[in-house]
Design a protein. Structure first.
Length: 419
């Protein structure tokens, strides 16, 4: 199997925050322009039987306003950005008034954030339908598929609910943990967001194209475990003892609280934008750094509380002993472990990068960086969702189909001969 250093995840799907904003503006602009042109064409040819629009007909017979794109793949490593990429921000201010009816890139991001946060309830260890319970890496892969797709494509054209379920279905196959598509349909019913099997399969084809068929994904979970085991060995060495504030050697389950907290942080990170900006190894190490700050502080608070109760309670009534959470100096660990592989100037850059990433991971608990597990502005989300129903292609299609069905049912009722 390909390792991370030679994977498309590293060579094609990592970006800076500025590049992420750039590709998302481009996808949104392309969709807005196509929808605007289609609306003008439809209004100017109301009395005509044929119209010329920018639609594309797929092999499944579904008509798309714009074809599925994958320009975000390799965007960060492109030799030179196109005019469309470099001038999109300037054009936004000039043309936004005309297209204010449609969602902008930030509003699309809010919807994607919301739908990504629903993945753990659809598939994974915490799935509502028992037959959809899989390892947490399936959730991480599905979230990465969803976010990669919407870097090149717009919520205005592709229903995020259908793409979400298709991402879960495709991720289960990519991670060799395949689920039955009928169970996925049941899962959407349990979430009160029914998506039919035909819609799931159609969305999967669009998803594959939007991903440019890059399906191999790496996640921070293994990195967290690997670094925890390496720390367990390192902290027992002569150098390691100076990087830890523990008076006694690290033994047994001493690092388990830190590991479990780091996994919890990674659970938030994998459904956010973080995996689009940093490698799994960087995220895993930063998660342990943040987790160590949390667990060591929690342990200190517990000790203070226990000391306060010591005067009032006998030794037999003391709380049960908890595993220690020693304070680890990760700067020393990084310098010791990577000194032979990196120059001193490079080590300083790594330390600075890790501090930046730690700050971002702490921000996930506030709903930053696209994490929909915390701090969601529900009023704003409802406003954006209501707006999407008025302007998105998939929403207007559903309205037309519903209206047509009502007309057909009415006509059918009128022609039935009473008994």
């Amino acid at each position: 199997m390909c390792d991370f250093e030679h994977s498309t995840q590293l060579t094609k799907w990592l970006y800076t925050p500025e590049q992420l904003a750039q590709v998302r503006r481009r996808a949104n602009r392309t969709a807005c322009q196509a929808l605007n042109e289609k609306s003008k064409a439809d209004s100017s040819t109301t009395n005509s039987m044929t119209t010329t629009t920018t639609t594309t007909t797929t092999t499944t017979g579904e008509s798309l306003v714009v074809p599925v794109e994958w320009f975000a793949s390799g965007f960060a490593t492109a030799a030179s950005p196109s005019k469309n990429d470099t001038t999109i921000k300037e054009e936004d201010d000039a043309e936004r008034r005309e297209e204010a009816f449609y969602l902008n890139a930030e509003e699309e991001g809010l919807l994607i954030q919301f739908y990504a946060s629903k993945l753990p309830s659809l598939i994974g260890p915490m799935a509502q339908v028992s037959r959809l319970r899989r390892d947490n890496k399936v959730v991480a892969t599905a979230a990465l598929f969803l976010r990669r797709f919407y870097l090149s494509n717009s919520v205005l054209v592709h229903d995020p609910k259908a793409i979400l379920v298709a991402a879960a279905f495709l991720a289960s196959k990519a991670e060799d943990a395949t689920v039955d598509v009928r169970n996925l349909e049941d899962g959407t019913k349990a979430l009160q967001a029914h998506v039919e099997i035909n819609d799931i399969c159609t969305a999967e084809l669009f998803l594959l194209t939007g991903l440019h068929f890059d399906l191999l994904c790496f996640h921070p979970y293994k990195a967290v475990l690997a670094y925890t085991e390496d720390l367990r060995i390192f902290l027992k060495s002569e150098k390691g003892r100076h990087c830890c504030d523990s008076a006694t050697p690290i033994v047994g389950q001493d690092l388990k609280p830190m590991h479990d907290e780091a996994v919890s942080i990674v659970d938030d990170a994998v459904i956010s934008d973080i995996p689009l900006m940093y490698s799994p190894g960087q995220v895993g190490l930063a998660a342990l750094m943040v987790a160590n700050d949390i667990t060591s502080r929690t342990n200190n608070n517990t000790n203070i509380s226990n000391n306060g109760q010591a005067e009032e309670e006998s030794s037999s009534q003391q709380p049960a002993h908890k595993s220690k959470s020693p304070k680890i100096h990760f700067d020393g660990y990084i310098q010791s472990r990577f000194a032979e592989q990196q120059k001193e100037s490079d080590l300083a850059g790594i330390l600075q990068q890790m501090q930046t990433l730690c700050t971002m991971l702490r921000g996930l608990r506030e709903g930053k960086y696209g994490c929909g597990n915390h701090g969601v502005d529900m009023a704003e989300l409802k406003r954006v969702h209501k707006k999407s129903k008025k302007c998105a292609v998939w929403s207007t299609k559903k309205k037309k189909l519903k209206k047509r069905k009502l007309v057909d049912d009415s006509n059918h009722t009128d022609t039935i001969t009473p008994p």
